[in-house]
Design a protein around this ligand. Sequence first.
Ligand code: AMP
Ligand code: MG
Length: 423
Amino acid sequence: MPSELLDDCFEHNRDSLRHDEALELLKERIRPAVGVEPVALDQAHGRILAQQVRAPRPVPAFDNSAMDGFAFAHADYVRLGGRMPVSARIAAGHASAGPLEPGTAARIFTGAVMPQGADTVAMQEDVRLEEDGGGRTAIIPAGLKAGANRRRAGEDLAEGTLLLEPGVRLRPQELAAIASTGAAKVDCYRQLKIAILSTGDEILRPGAPYQPGRVYDSNFYMLRALLEATGVSTTDLGVIADRPQAVRTALEEAAAGHDAIITSGGASRGEEDHVVTAVEKLGHLHMWQLAIKPGRPVSFGQVGKSLFFGLPGNPVAAMVCYLLYVRPVLIRRGGGDWPVPHRFPLPADFDMDKKAGRREFVRGMVRPGKDGRASAAKYPRDGSGLISSLRAADGLIEIAEEVERIRPGDPVSFIPFSELGIG
Ligand code: AMP
Ligand code: MG
């Protein structure tokens, strides 16, 4: 059932939140948003399923041949020493007229229905044919096991199998499975509508001539692509100047027609940071101090019925904070299961000292180590504005709060970007 937002759903009374605490809190507070709609299967890639899918009949629906070849009863094959007259021809899509004549074989093609009485198929490359007065005899080599090259009805899905539950995101494999049951449409959650706003007097949209002191807007393109990868629809609300009234008006307008607003930049409490104050005036805002690095505060709030996420301006911090906190919230709000990225243990291929008490997410590359096994290398430079580091990386290396030093060979946990919906 769709649910309204809790009032002030991001409130908490902690000075600083550990990563796990932050995720627990978000997971607890966020419920799916309204709306289910039927979606044609050819439009459903990436959408989140809102119904169960069962197999109304077995898949495959009938025993069939896995090869082009000859089908026969294994008992006859043994009894006749592999010599069997060919008595029928069965192509895919054309059921045989009747049961297989005892003691004979049928010419059969991949995917064709196994004739009644046959249980085994010899592949055509192994079979020799002898012409004998109008007929043909198949000479089948010894050694085939009963049931060879036969696909059983229901071996992919037994009749009645529950193959999908609500909350699943439809990947190409899921679309294939749904199609195999014969369904042409499925109920999916309505796509969330997300407004993206860049902020800052220095921010310039690509395409405009360069001006001294200005910075081209990388975050908009990055965030839009990240959001599209979670299956939401996005609106570009442009770049908002560092003026309180401009920020306020933009947020008010955005809140009216969107399930969530994501801003980047201007999210601290500096003199030129107006986003925080504007959201506080319009609704609720909580700046979460997260015990993580990259560790600029991330703002969570509400403006009317819309969620608000204020990301840092630096592209690395914006992307990492989005992936760690905003992505799971939006997936859940859009009806999906709360995503938990798999971590893969890899030996470190770097040296690092760190402060205890905070969790670090460093940009990492998977490299063959000295012994040829995969290892995790760290991008050599730290700057939070280095888009190059995001490009070089294959994922994030997660280093736990209590760890103070990493030496080559120490196990670290690696989260591939694919686990975070990228690529
Ligand atoms: P702020 O969070 O506004 O203090 O910005 C932090 C840094 O991120 C500054 O160097 C900004 O110029 C930069 N920045 C902010 N927004 C963007 C953006 N949309 N694209 C690229 N860099 C940005
Ligand atoms: Mg700024």
